[in-house]
Design a binder for this molecule. Structure first.
Ligand SMILES: *Cc1c(COP(=O)(O)O)cnc(C)c1O
Length: 403
C-alpha cells in the first residue's frame, strides 16, 4: 500500500539525509581529475577536520566504516602485534574480528555489553606491560548496539599515567558530529569515522583522522596494504586529488553537511543530542522499560537501546511499528537480537521528530501488547518543553535505572 508522509527512519544509522544534502548529491558528476574537483576536495578535506577537532590530516575513503577500521590497523601495525580491545558490544566485536583476520594478536577484555571500556583496566593492562608488547589500544566511542559511550579522554589519561607508548585508535562512526569528541586535545592517534550517521550523508565514505605519531608508525608498519594505504592518499590529496576514483557526489553532499554543521555549531549539535537522549530515557523509564546502559556517565545522546520485558520479542514489536506507523527502529544486534530495540535520535531531527518517534513507540507497545505503563511520551514532552534547546540539564542524575 502506498504510504503518505515521510518514512520515520529512526535507526542509529544510516540517518535521515536533509533535503539540502539530497539536492547537493544530485549535482551532475564531474571529472575527478579536473580543476573543479580539486577545489571541492580541498574544501572538504580541510572542512572535515573541524568535525574531528583536529588540525592534522583526515583521509577520506570511498568505503564503509568497516573499511576504515581495516585502514586504521593496516597502516599502523605489523603482523603479530598485540592490540588491546574492549568488548563493549557488537561493533567492538566486529572490529576485533577484523584485527584477528589481519593477523593481529588481540587482548580481548570481555564484558556484559552494558558498560564502556573501563579506563582503570586500560591502566592496569598497560602498567603490566613493561615490555611494551601492546602496540595499540582500540576503543569504540559510541557503541551503537547498546547506546553506551566509552570515556575516551579518561582512557587517554590512563595510557599517559601508565607511561605507555601504545597508539590510541578510536571508532567514532556513530558519534562523530553528535557526541563531544576531540581527536587532537584527547591525543587520539587514529579516529575512524563514517558518512551515514552524525554527518547526515548516505553510506559510502569513511574517514581516518591521523596524528603525527600514527603517521610516524605508518612508516615502519608492515601489515600488507594497498587500497587503504595512507601514503598515496596524503600525497595526492595535497593537490586536491585521489589515487583512485573518489565518491564525487557524496563529497558534494559532505560539503553541504559541513556547512550545516558549521551553521548550527558543533557544541549546539552535541547539546541537542544530549537533550534527545535525556527525553528518550525519561520516556523509557516512565514506560517501566529498562535501558541497556547502566552508568549515567556513559549514556548516549544518539541512541537508546530499550530492553523488552522477559519473553517478549523486540523484532515482532518493531515489525508492528513499521507496518502500522511506517517507522524503522533499530534491531537488536548480536547477543541482543530480539531482546532490545534501539531508538535512533541521531542526525537531522528536531523536538517534534523525536516526539513523533516516541509516540510511535508508545502506540506500538500498546498494539503489540507489551507490558508497560502508558505516559512515557508525556514525560518526554514535558522535558522537551521545559528545557531550552541549549540547556545542559542534569535531569538524568536523579533518575535511577529501573532495575
Ligand atoms: C555503523 C557502525 C560501524 C559499521 O560501519 P559500516 O559502514 O557498516 O561498515 C562500525 N562501528 C560503529 C560504532 C558503527 O555504529
Amino acid at each position: 500500500m502506498a504510504k503518505s508522509g515521510r518514512h520515520f527512519l529512526q535507526i542509529p544509522g544510516p540517518t535521515n539525509v536533509p533535503d539540502r544534502v539530497l539536492r547537493a548529491l544530485s549535482k551532475p558528476t564531474i571529472d575527478h581529475r579536473g580543476p573543479e574537483f580539486a577545489t571541492l576536495a580541498k574544501e572538504v578535506l580541510s572542512g572535515v577536520k573541524d568535525v574531528f577537532r583536529t588540525s592534522s590530516p583526515v583521509i577520506i575513503y570511498p568505503g564503509s566504516g568497516t573499511g576504515a577500521w581495516e585502514a586504521s590497523l593496516v597502516n599502523t601495525l605489523s603482523p603479530g602485534d598485540k592490540v588491546l580491545m574492549f568488548e563493549t558490544g557488537h561493533f567492538a566485536t566486529l572490529w576485533k574480528d577484523v584485527a584477528t583476520k589481519m593477523g593481529l594478536q588481540v587482548d580481548w577484555v570481555t564484558s556484559d555489553w552494558r558498560r564502556g571500556a573501563d579506563p582503570a583496566v586500560v591502566y592496569a593492562k598497560l602498567a603490566d606491560d613493561g615490555q611494551h608488547a601492546i602496540k595499540a589500544v582500540c576503543v569504540v566511542h559510541n557503541e551503537t548496539s547498546t547506546g553506551v559511550v566509552s570515556r575516551i579522554a579518561d582512557i587517554r589519561r590512563q595510557i599517559d599515567a601508565a607511561r605507555h607508548p601504545a597508539l590510541l585508535l578510536v571508532d567514532t562512526i556513530s558519534s562523530l558530529g553528535s557526541i563531544e569528541y576531540r581527536h587532537e586535545a584527547w591525543g587520539v592517534d587514529v579516529t575512524v569515522g563514517c558518512s551515514q550517521k552524525g554527518l547526515m550523508l548516505p553510506p559510502g565514505i569513511s574517514f581516518n583522522a591521523v596524528s603525527d605519531k600514527a603517521l610516524a608508525a605508518s612508516k615502519s608498519a608492515k601489515l600488507p596494504r594497498a587500497y587503504w594505504d595512507w601514503e598515496p592518499m596524503l600525497r595526492d590529496n595535497k593537490a586536491g586529488f585521489f589515487p583512485y576514483t573518489p565518491s564525487t557526489n557524496i563529497l558534494f553532499g559532505l560539503r553541504e553537511s559541513l556547512l550545516m554543521i558549521a551553521d548550527e555549531g558543533l557544541d549546539n549539535i552535541v547539546a541537542r543530542h544530549e537533550r534527545f537522549g535525556r527525553a528518550t530515557r525519561a520516556a523509557s523509564r516512565a514506560w517501566g522499560l529498562d535501558i541497556v546502559a547502566v552508568n549515567p556517565n556513559e549514556y548516549s545522546g544518539v541512541l537508546t537501546a530499550v530492553m523488552m520485558p522477559e519473553g517478549r520479542d523486540a523484532d515482532a514489536f518493531r515489525q508492528i511499528v513499521l507496518e502500522r506507523f511506517d517507522m524503522s527502529l533499530g534491531t537488536g544486534l548480536g547477543r541482543l537480537k530480539g531482546k532490545v530495540f534501539r531508538i535512533g535520535h541521531l542526525g537531522d531531527l528536531n523536538d517534534l521528530t523525536l516526539a513523533g518517534t516516541l509516540s510511535g513507540v508508545e502506540m506500538g507497545l500498546k498494539l503489540a501488547d507489551v507490558p508497560h505503563k502508558p505516559g512515557g511520551v508525556l514525560v518526554a514532552l514535558d522535558m522537551l518543553a521545559s528545557e531550552s534547546a541549549s540547556a545542559k540539564a542534569t535531569a538524568d542524575k536523579s533518575l535511577a535505572p529501573v532495575s
